[in-house]
Design a protein around this ligand. Structure first.
Ligand SMILES: Nc1ncnc2c1ncn2[C@@H]1O[C@H](COP(=O)(O)OP(=O)(O)OP(=O)(O)O)[C@@H](O)[C@H]1O
Ligand SMILES: [Mg+2]
Length: 497
């Protein structure tokens, strides 16, 4: 049988950022109708390679070929002209424009005068509905959830009718229902003969979708796997260069029966109704549920970012009603939001400043800032979470997506708190680092008596780290169950019942 010619090829590509060598001599091909996954730990070079392929970065060395002919991309539109489009890892939409307008902007790089707006709008809507039919094409992008924005980016890439589509962690923000739709969508694209590079830390997706899997480690191509030989164990071992550590945190009995946080009948119109639960000292409570189940809204309300219409909250036995997040933080209640780009980082500041800023008060000495103490603590936490960075003085934007997330987590772990609410904390973080972060959380509950609420769309994560798991659905608590008795099926059933 003849192998078809590759639609795309990168040959011996390298990329350096100053002293950091992000990619070293990487070669890769993509065939018509193929889904080719790229896997690797945080900072392995996946996004860098994809950004080169779509014309956002230029390689330091190496060549690119489309249909066997060498190409040189200076800008994304050059790659687009050759039929290559990307749905990038970080959201890059125009927030005050509508969904349809964003999709159309992506699809047209020609002069605006030549566009038939009505026809393009209809096209945009068609592409959007192929990916998700619940999003209103007329809605402003800024009014959408992060998951919906990610779906719009995917529709925008697909709308270019590109032959080569790049999906850089498209499912990081999605829950299983949207994930399922997206998987079928990509499978259908491949059946039509279009090709895709696919990046994800969710390894079961990778195995299901891919025709081929390439593994990167520290910017180097370390091997290729066929899906049938790609067991989870094998993939993790190749990515890390050593066998994986054990998965779940051990089951335990909590040392204390004290209740730290008690929520009773908490209600906020159109968001959640009559929520009641309690959180014990040193406990990790997982919160499971679909997008739109009210989990984030509940967290924001406890944190004082929004006001409840009814109900009460007690902290260490005393009723509290925070008028704003500042009051909550002073009382020792901290919320780590899911929107890291909009709410999470200061893009102009360094890694150290981003991590240490909210805790500066802790490091203020009599005469000067004890900068060295702060740096030492940031470094210690970064080490525990296996963060990959060059210098803490580099801008935070020079880090890979997963490594940025690790420093945002570190920022809040440096604060003394009673209750820490984390919204999708390990989104976009690789399997091994996830395990390290879960171990850090466990240690904090044991050593400092910190109580943690983890909101996660990944049931596996909750089954690995939580002592107890609460399920929310359509703004209501459906139940809570000890991890000893919990299973993925059981949690799903609880959500649906
Ligand atoms: N603009 C930049 N300036 C300096 N260094 C950079 C820049 N972009 C990426 N790097 C470095 O290149 C390396 C690879 O980063 P890349 O974003 O490709 O990783 P990744 O595999 O996509 O990781 P993740 O899974 O966390 O998204 C990292 O060490 C990162 O710090
Ligand atoms: Mg990346």
């Amino acid at each position: 049988m003849n192998t078809p010619a590759p639609v795309f090829e990168a040959r011996r590509v390298s990329k350096s950022f100053g002293p950091v060598s992000a990619l070293k001599d990487v070669s890769i091909t993509l065939f018509p109708g193929e889904v080719h996954s790229i896997i690797g730990e945080n900072g392995a070079g996946k996004s860098t390679l994809m950004n080169i392929i779509c014309g956002r970065f230029q390689p330091t060395e190496g060549q690119l070929f489309v249909d066997g002919k060498e190409v040189h991309f200076h800008l994304p539109k050059d790659a687009q002209a050759h039929g290559i489009a990307i749905a990038p890892q970080e959201i890059s939409l125009v927030p005050h424009l509508s969904v349809a307008e964003n999709i159309m902007l992506g699809a047209h790089c020609g002069p605006a005068l030549s566009i038939d707006w009505r026809k393009t709008r209809a096209e945009a809507t068609r592409h959007l509905h192929e990916v998700d039919n619940s999003i209103d094409p007329a809605a402003r992008v800024s009014s959408l959830s992060k998951a919906q924005q990610q779906l719009v980016q995917i529709a925008r890439a697909a709308a270019t009718e590109a032959r080569v589509l790049i999906f850089d962690e498209p499912t990081a923000t999605l829950t299983y229902r949207e994930e399922e739709t997206l998987m079928s969508y990509i499978e259908a694209l491949a059946r039509e003969g279009r090709s895709a590079f696919y990046i994800s830390h969710r390894l079961d997706e990778v195995r299901r979708l891919s025709h081929r899997i390439t593994v990167l480690r520290d910017g180097v191509h370390v091997g290729e796997l066929a899906p049938e030989e790609a067991s989870r164990e094998r993939m993790v071992t190749m990515m890390a260069g050593r066998p994986p550590k054990a998965g779940a945190q051990p089951l335990r009995d909590l040392p204390s029966t004290d209740t730290v946080l008690k929520v009773e009948g908490l209600t906020r119109a159109h968001e959640f109704r009559d929520l009641s639960f309690s959180l014990r000292k040193g406990e990790i409570l997982g919160v499971s549920g679909l997008v739109g189940s009210g989990r984030t809204e509940m967290a924001k309300c406890i944190f004082g970012a929004t006001r409840a219409d009814a109900g009460r909250i007690e902290l260490n036995g005393k009723p509290v009603s925070f008028r704003g997040p500042l009051e909550a933080i002073r009382a020792g209640v901290i919320y780590l939001p899911e929107e890291r780009k909009q709410e999470g980082i200061f893009p102009l500041l360094s890694i150290a400043e981003n991590t240490g800023l909210p805790t500066l008060d802790r490091f203020t000495g009599l005469l000067h800032l004890r900068n060295r103490d702060m740096m030492a603590e940031v470094e210690k936490l970064a080490g525990q979470m296996k963060a990959k960075f060059n210098s803490l003085r580099d801008p935070i934007t020079s880090l890979s997506g997963g490594n940025q997330q690790k420093f945002i987590i570190a920022r809040w772990l440096m604060r003394d708190a009673h209750v820490l609410i984390m919204d999708e904390p390990t989104r976009g973080i690789d399997v091994n680092a996830k395990f390290e972060i879960q171990s850090v959380l466990r240690k904090l509950t044991e050593e400092r008596g910190l109580s943690i609420i983890v909101i996660s769309s990944e049931m596996e994560e909750l089954l690995d780290v939580a002592d107890r798991i609460m399920v929310m659905h359509e703004g209501k608590v459906k139940g809570a169950i000890d991890r000893r008795e919990a299973s993925q099926e059981g949690l799903l059933q609880m959500a649906m019942s």
